[in-house]
Design a protein. Structure first.
Length: 148
């Protein structure tokens, strides 16, 4: 179930902000991303991480997440550079119009891109860890072994 949550929540958290109209420099899409979609994505990733015993059985559900994450990464990196580092208005980055830079900037939204980058890196780490063969999985089942 965690993989399916991440299929939906990660794209909405990372690139769903591009669906905004940026009316008068509105940053509501970034706020919704941080306060709605990001927590859902974190819950999905936590469900995956905490379900280690059943993790291997469902690892094929991680395959669709790889292209999703690779599509999210360029936009998040662009927001990280343009908005977080250089201080451009998020709507100027999203709509590629410099006229939005005259609108007041909410400074706490500068954490949006680093949070999304951590989310993407965490999701990629879970995808990779779901495919790593662990030593204990290679051992024979000791419950069936009756030798003293």
């Amino acid at each position: 179930m965690g993989w399916i949550f991440t299929w939906i929540a990660l794209p909405l958290a990372a690139v769903g902000v591009q669906l905004t109209t940026c009316t008068q420099g509105s940053e509501d899409a970034l706020g919704a991303s941080i306060f709605v979609y990001t927590p859902v994505a974190i819950l999905g990733l936590a469900a995956i991480a905490l379900a280690r015993n059943h993790h291997r059985r469902w690892r094929y559900l991680s395959i669709p997440l790889v292209p999703i994450l690779l599509l999210c990464l360029p936009f998040v990196f662009e927001m990280l550079v343009s908005h977080t580092i250089f201080g451009s208005h998020p709507c100027a980055v999203i709509k590629e119009e410099n006229g939005f830079n005259s609108y007041p900037l909410t400074h706490w939204l500068r954490v949006w891109a680093p949070i999304q980058l951590l989310l993407i890196v965490g999701a990629l780490a879970l995808v990779v860890s779901s495919w790593i063969i662990r030593h204990e999985e290679l051992q024979p089942n000791n419950a069936l072994n009756t030798d003293p």
